[in-house]
Write a protein that binds this ligand. Sequence first.
Ligand code: MG
Length: 257
Amino acid sequence: MKICRFVTDADPAYGVITGEPGEEMITQLVGDPFYQGIQEAGVAHKLDDVRLVAPIIPRSKLVGVGRNYVDHAQELGNEVPTSPMLFLMPNTAVVGPNEPITLPAFAEEFSYEAELAVVIGRICKDVPLERVPEVVFGYTVSNDITARDAQRTDGQWARAKGFDGSAPLGPWIETDLDPEDLRITGRLNGTTVQDGTTADMVFGVAELISYISQAMTLLPGDVILTGTPAGVGPITDGDRFEAEVEGIGTLTNFFRR
Ligand code: MG
């Protein structure tokens, strides 16, 4: 099931997307599927007639995973971590598909990072590996935008990875997906610059969620950004970046300074 959040001329609402590409319809839901389940509101819209927004309401936290693909760790001259390398992003980093992102003035060098993102569906702590599927609501696409110069000079990555707009999510949440071997591609102004597969993650989705939940309680709507394959590079004013994950869709954003 594809679950989106969208705006018409009213307040944002959740909906379920159905139909063939180009002719998709959205069945509006009552309230928030994280807390109220899938209850249809009896209203439908054409996908083309709405504006999609980030598919989660960022109430709590985003957890990032650094250097989780060998080829990406190596391209930046870093060691491959022996345990998951975690960082936090504030909920204010989230923006939705097709939104313009203003790159902040405190840095000069910004990079795209196309990633698979995991959306948590229930309160959980100390999740054993075999029970991780019970706590996953679904998957979406992210772009872990990074101020690379600030990342190199700051002891922590809060500025480099956590500025406003640094974590676009979307275009929707896919709830029926096996994350083990999905192609991840990134396109900068239409040119493919990243082409990897989640099969190459150092630590897989189940390991990551189990590991993170040993440190912190995960809440419905929390998002885990699982790392990026090789091919990262600069973005600047006027650029368009598309992050695509097989089985989910394409997240497009525009950049300005
Ligand atoms: Mg990343």
